[in-house]
Design a protein around this ligand. Structure first.
Ligand SMILES: Cc1cc2nc3c(=O)[nH]c(=O)nc-3n(C[C@H](O)[C@H](O)[C@H](O)COP(=O)(O)OP(=O)(O)OC[C@H]3O[C@@H](n4cnc5c(N)ncnc54)[C@H](O)[C@@H]3O)c2cc1C
Length: 416
């Protein structure tokens, strides 16, 4: 039995021969210098083998936590092992906020950034777009610093971990703000399709949750700025929830951030799952596909038409909006996007059959897959979806000619 680390979902047993936990940057640099092949394991919240290696797996959780707020520059610098749960309370105490976060706080900032992890909001870009500087331990153990505006920067942020070990990131921050969260129930899919832009743009962050059963969206999560005034009693006829909701309808909403429109700190509302609480179902698999914002109503109609082919494998599905950015391997590279997320039941074969059904339904819209979740699109198709893959390959060849940081996942997907 493999007693080594597994991912959060438990579906991947990492094959690493050596697992190391450096406590200082110097130790980390020495490990990288001496190893033939290196991957970093963040908090292990990815669902595929993106973090895997059969050689040296580096875990940065024992690095001294370094969180340095620079109020004048409106930035914060964090070490490569820090999580959003580490960062958010410190930022809040200093009077600052991140522009946006993912659904859960317990993921490393580095792991989220290199996979283009995102939240929702028409004006909110994915989390990597908040990065203004990185420090990368490269193949020879030296530290390379890159800042926004440098030639290689847009290629190096969403890196799939293939350029080196991120030991420090600098993020843009904004003045702290309050958010009110309200959940509304049962909106006909036809109403969603007809009013999609109005629905998604009605607040700072909007998520639509559905099991793709019948003809309704189950829940609309509306996260409005505290300054936006009292929340409406209904949304296009969808009624306000009267009990704390969980994205998966049968699960306990008390693990989630506060609802019912009570204004509170950004980090106690923007995550769906509260700091310190269990996120999502736990035993599950996930996939996500991104389409151009303008194609979203047609994509919803296509998924609705095909729903019987995949809804049996589903716990819940979520739609979120992500604004365009300029990061080469970002799922929102140069296009405003809608992400169609799927939380699958933890049964591999039905889940993969369902992933294929979703990929087929979305094929007319050229979806980009989420790097950290499950997809079956072949590399040749993925190549057509991310226009800058060949530029990224050239960057990787230049920074890491021997492929020290490339694992099977990255090689098969981007270098085969
Ligand atoms: C319950 C749940 C909810 C989720 N919600 C969202 C969501 O709201 N939005 C979304 O977009 N995604 C979401 N995800 C996916 C998640 O954000 C990604 O899997 C993300 O990569 C997790 O970060 P991690 O620290 O666990 O990274 P890991 O899974 O450990 O690693 C991911 C990648 O990052 C690399 N990496 C990690 N640290 C470093 C480093 N210091 N230097 C270089 N490379 C590094 C790894 O090598 C690997 O390639 C969710 C996942 C789960 C399980």
């Amino acid at each position: 039995m493999n007693a080594g680390p597994r991912n959060w979902a438990g579906n991947i047993a990492f094959a690493a021969r050596t697992v190391v936990r450096p406590r200082t940057f110097a130790e980390l640099q020495d490990i990288v210098r001496r190893s033939d092949k290196v991957r970093v394991l963040g908090s292990g919240h990815s669902f595929n083998t993106i973090a895997d290696t059969d050689d040296t797996l580096v875990i940065l959780s024992d690095l001294e936590r370094r969180i340095k707020v620079n109020p004048a520059a409106r930035t914060v610098s964090v070490d490569g092992g820090a999580t959003y749960a580490d960062l958010a309370p410190v930022l809040y105490a200093a009077g600052f906020a991140l522009p946006n976060v993912a659904s859960l706080p317990n993921i490393t900032i580095a792991g989220a950034v290199v996979t283009a992890t995102h939240g929702s909001g028409d004006a909110n870009r994915n989390l990597a777009a908040a990065v203004s500087g990185i420090k990368l331990v490269t193949a020879n153990g030296e530290i390379l610093s890159l800042s926004r505006g440098d030639t290689d920067f847009d290629g190096a942020v969403v890196s799939l971990g293939a350029l080196g070990v991120l030991c420090e990131l600098t993020l843009d921050i904004v003045p702290s703000f309050h958010v009110r969260q309200n959940v509304y129930l049962d909106l006909p899919i036809a109403t969603v399709v007809e009013n999609f832009d109005a629905l998604m743009s009605r607040a700072y962050s909007v998520s639509l949750f559905t099991r793709w059963q019948g003809a309704t969206i189950d829940q609309i999560w509306v996260k409005a700025l505290g300054s936006a005034g009292e929340p409406p009693v209904d949304v296009l006829g969808a009624r306000a929830a009267t009990r704390a909701c969980h994205p998966i309808p049968d699960m306990d909403g008390t693990n989630c951030t506060a609802q019912f429109g009570v204004a509170g700190p950004w980090h106690e509302r923007l995550f769906h799952f509260a700091i310190g609480n269990t996120a999502s179902a736990g035993a599950e698999l996930q996939s996500e596909f991104f389409v151009r914002r303008a194609d979203a109503p047609a994509a919803i109609a296509a998924l609705h038409a095909a729903q019987e082919q995949f809804s049996g494998a589903l716990f819940i599905s979520e739609m979120r909006s992500v604004a365009a950015d300029t990061l080469w391997l970002s799922s929102a590279y140069e296009q405003d996007t809608i992400g169609f997320h799927f939380t699958w039941r933890p049964d591999w074969e039905p889940a993969i059959a369902a992933v294929k059904a979703v990929e087929a339904a979305l094929a007319p819209f050229d979806p980009r897959p989420h790097w950290a979740k499950l997809f079956t699109l072949p590399p040749a198709v993925v190549e057509t979806r991310f226009q800058r893959i060949s530029d990224f390959r050239n960057l990787a060849q230049r920074l890491d000619p021997a492929g020290k940081f490339r694992n099977r996942f990255v090689t098969d997907l981007l270098f085969s």
